[in-house]
Design a protein around this ligand. Structure first.
Ligand SMILES: Nc1ncnc2c1ncn2[C@@H]1O[C@H](COP(=O)(O)OP(=O)(O)O)[C@@H](O)[C@H]1O
Ligand SMILES: [Mg+2]
Length: 324
């Protein structure tokens, strides 16, 4: 990643005829940066990606790559390439021909096409699959090919719309790691879309949190986790307990910022409702007079607590938000 700005979305608004869409989106993406658009279904992630890719027109604003506006160009003339959630390989074409198609459109000579196809397959570890058809491969394999097909076009900006959400948990994890490796090795600029906050935290240089058609917060995963600016972001990223403080505000506290001891006292007292073993830590839920509270504790304390125990809670760090 470097300091030059590869892509800018400038005060962009896209409204569909029914009034839904996204409003006043401002976003800069640096060269070699992986930026994730994160938010619940319907918040406008795909809309932003499709306006960048040229598949839908924007209502207002501008989009530039390397400082030049791209909004009058059709998708195939834009220096972007998009990978969709549903692989979108041509079912009647072999892997080889799927990969070759875009290169042919761009009038790349045959010998260079073959070289790029070989490079693309090796990047996604799919050498030897040239003659297979999409229907003969797993979802994960098809998505690898779809990513290779985009990569070999060497786009200035690669657009990925929930590319892994149809895959099993284990494959999804592997694909994330592979994508991140390829992206940093080749210094590719990527906009990645997901509704999965864990995926966004793992992959991103920067996360753009969206809600209801606007950007709620932008920052590194650390910044957003440590300093969520709103009740929405606090509730969407990581685990958070919300407690009414009786003044119309809400106190928010992360499970790892709560210390628990047996007995009376503390900021809040509670009763152990459940204890769950989650590997190297335990998750306990406590009944308190401010509602259910979730806490994490070290697994070496596993034997200290059981259902029904009276406990005292103390908070190391809290946030305060207006109720939404
Ligand atoms: N073609 C369309 N016509 C009308 N409304 C649409 C269309 N596509 C998306 N929308 C609406 O725009 C909003 C944003 O949708 P979308 O960008 O698909 O969100 P996301 O990708 O975050 O799930 C939603 O309210 C959705 O219903
Ligand atoms: Mg979408």
């Amino acid at each position: 990643m470097d300091d030059t700005i590869k892509l800018s979305v400038i005060n962009m608004t896209k409204l569909y005829s029914n009034g839904d869409g996204v409003k006043n989106v401002d976003l800069d993406v640096h060269t070699g940066e992986l930026v994730t658009l994160l938010g619940p279904s319907g918040c406008g992630k795909t809309t932003i990606l499709r306006t960048i890719g040229g598949f839908i027109d924007l209502t207002d604003g501008d989009i530039t790559i390397d400082g030049k506006s791209i909004i009058t160009l059709p998708p195939e003339k834009r220096p972007t390439s998009m990978v969709f959630q549903s692989y979108n390989l041509w079912p009647h074409m072999t892997v080889h021909d799927n990969l070759e198609f875009g290169l042919k459109l761009r009038k790349i000579p045959k010998d260079i096409r073959e070289q790029k196809i070989a490079e693309g397959l090796s990047l996604v570890k799919m050498n030897g699959f040239e003659k297979k058809y999409p229907g003969q491969m797993s979802g994960g394999q098809q998505q690898r090919i779809a990513i290779a097909r985009s990569l070999i076009l060497e786009p200035e900006v690669l657009l990925l719309d929930e590319p892994f959400s149809a895959l099993d948990a284990k494959i999804r994890m592997e694909m994330r790691e592979e994508l991140r490796k390829i992206q940093t090795d080749l210094n590719i600029t990527v906009i990645f879309v997901t509704h999965d906050q864990e995926e966004a935290m793992m992959l991103s240089d920067r996360i753009v949190v969206m809600s209801k058609g606007h950007i709620e917060q932008q920052g590194t995963p650390r910044q957003i986790y440590d300093n969520p600016v709103s009740r929405f972001v606090a509730g969407f990223i990581g685990e958070m307990n919300f407690l009414d403080d009786g003044t119309g505000k809400q106190i928010a506290v992360r499970p790892e910022h709560i210390s628990v001891t047996k007995g009376e006292g503390g900021i809040l007292s509670g009763t152990v409702r459940t204890v769950m073993m989650l590997g190297h830590y335990l998750e306990m839920t406590l009944d308190t007079d401010k509602g259910l509270v979730k806490v994490y504790i070290n697994s070496d304390q596993a034997d200290e607590f059981e259902k029904g125990d009276k406990v005292a809670l103390n908070f190391d760090h809290t946030y305060s938000y207006n109720k939404e």
